[in-house]
Design a protein around this ligand. Structure first.
Ligand code: 5GP
Ligand code: ZN
Length: 114
């Protein structure tokens, strides 16, 4: 599973990525097909397929991913202008890559979603 997972391969350095952050639990890199001037993906180093696959033991990790999103917004200069953090889950959620990731999007006004 993780052998062929594109984000596991990025995490292992087998595929190139434009990394903007890394620590012992997560990495973040720019989306290959950005939808806004800032479009970064924050992923756990360990393979978790989607939000639906989080377990109670992942609670701290999930919170850490949100804190990293907050810090990256500051680092990438969109703290004041605002941004959106989202995760697509499953078929109807439009998930394409089945390794959990939070999109951090900003740098332009985003259309209303909900
Ligand atoms: P989702 O699963 O959240 O619907 O979409 C996956 C996201 O990952 C898309 O925004 C897509 O552009 C991005 N993506 C897919 N493959 C790669 C890749 O190899 N490198 C990078 N940097 N982004 C990717
Ligand atoms: Zn993976």
């Amino acid at each position: 599973m993780t052998e062929s997972c594109v984000f596991c391969r990025i995490e292992r350095g087998e595929l190139p990525s434009d990394r903007v952050y890394e620590d012992d639990r997560v990495i973040a890199f720019r989306d290959i097909n950005p939808q806004a001037p800032v479009h970064v993906l924050i992923i756990p180093r360990k393979h978790i397929a989607s939000l639906a696959d989080l377990t109670p033991g992942d609670t701290e990790l999930a919170g850490h991913m949100l804190r990293v999103a907050q810090q990256l917004a500051e680092q990438l200069g969109i703290r004041e202008t605002g941004y959106r953090v989202l995760t697509n889950c499953g078929r109807d959620g439009g998930q394409v890559v089945f390794h959990l990731h939070f999109h951090l999007v900003g740098g332009k006004p985003l259309g209303r979603f909900a």
